[in-house]
Design a protein around this ligand. Structure first.
Ligand code: PRT
Ligand code: ZN
Length: 304
């Protein structure tokens, strides 16, 4: 059949873990039939030219670099760490930031350690799964420390006497708290990102051009979902002479439309997209200047 010769994009995603659920949810919000079984390693999306390879996140950069996959979704932390392996800078092109699975890579120390600033990490041992990023950061500050590489349970290192400090990912802070530790300093804030094989942008053969087009189509859908996620649609009635004051109160307002209300001279209906959430305080302030019949609705998709 002809369609079988058409290009398909191969995307590496985390099989299971902190990223995978949010990642599949995002693909589904992009309108893709993406519900692989828990044991599947390969999944063909039936309604979009996309194949998913489900792997451990650590394998994603090399799968993309070697062209086994065209693109991959992983934490920026893992991408940067793997990318520094023998290099000055990570080498894969970053296609898109997804704002998912956000966390911070931080230095942390036991609360009673007496260490209050990063300069005091000089000549200490630091347990981490991110020795590349951590030592590069410290080098920039002129601090010399020994990296103790650990794959998991990094928070235990000070208690086990194998390090004075750690550099680890923090999201709620509960793990540090449970282990009597505190954040000393943030190194960088991380989120899920899409990285791509550079050939996709560089190779002018029709196969790669087709794949790049598929990637961009997917990228546009992702943009639409992410934009809609943070936006709200607001509808209200307002005195015509207060429209400007009302717009001034609406956060991140875009494309307001006013419509005259039949039978209500001097009053208009105002519809607008707000790129930020609307708090009750804002609604109360709007009411205070004459707005009524206010409705705030979630937006599912957006495309310019
Ligand atoms: O099995 P596989 O190798 O694929 O997965 P993994 O175990 O290596 O990775 P996984 O699933 O733990 O994390 C995948 C990605 O999720 C990371 O690369 C980050 O980008 C992102 N992420 C977001 C996090 C966290 N939040 C997070 N809190 N990754 C790890 N943690 C850990 C952290 O290391 C610490 O142990 O959670 C603990 C701290 O959490 P809080 O909430 O107590 O602060
Ligand atoms: Zn991993």
């Amino acid at each position: 059949m002809k369609t079988q010769n058409k290009s398909r994009l191969r995307l590496a995603v985390q099989k299971s873990g902190r990223l995978s659920q949010e990642c599949f949810e995002l693909l589904r919000q992009c309108g893709l039939n993406a519900t692989p079984s828990k044991t599947a390693l390969f999944y063909r999306v039936s309604n979009f030219p996309l194949d998913l390879l489900m792997v451990r996140d650590d394998d994603i950069p090399s799968l993309v670099r070697e062209g086994i996959c065209d693109a991959g979704i992983l934490g920026e932390d893992k991408y940067r760490e793997e990318g520094l392996n023998g290099r000055e800078e990570p080498d894969l092109p970053l296609f898109k930031r997804l704002g998912l699975a956000t966390c911070r890579l931080c230095f942390a120390v036991p609360k009673e350690s007496g260490i209050e600033e990063v300069s005091q990490l000089n000549q200490t041992r630091i347990a981490t799964s991110f020795p590349g990023i951590t030592s590069k950061y410290l080098k920039g500050l002129g601090v010399e420390a020994e990296m103790v590489k650990m794959e998991g349970s990094v928070e235990l290192a000070p208690r086990l006497g194998i390090a004075e400090a750690i550099s680890d990912l923090v999201s709620t802070g509960a793990t540090l708290e449970a282990n009597g530790m505190k954040v000393l300093q943030e190194i960088f804030s991380s989120e899920a990102i899409v990285v791509i094989n550079p050939t996709l942008q560089e190779n002018e053969s029709s196969t790669y051009q087709e794949k790049f087009e598929i990637l961009n189509r997917l990228g546009t859908r992702i943009d639409g979902v992410l934009k809609a996620r943070d936006s709200k649609y607001i509808m209200l009635h307002a005195p015509a002479d207060k429209v400007q004051n009302i717009c001034d109160l609406l956060p991140g307002i875009e494309s307001p439309t006013t419509i005259p209300l039949p039978g209500k001279p001097g009053t208009v209906a105002l519809h607008a997209v707000c790129k930020e959430n609307l708090f009750w305080e804002t609604m109360e302030a709007l009411k205070g200047i004459g707005a009524s019949a206010m409705l705030v609705l979630p937006i599912e998709k957006m495309m310019d």
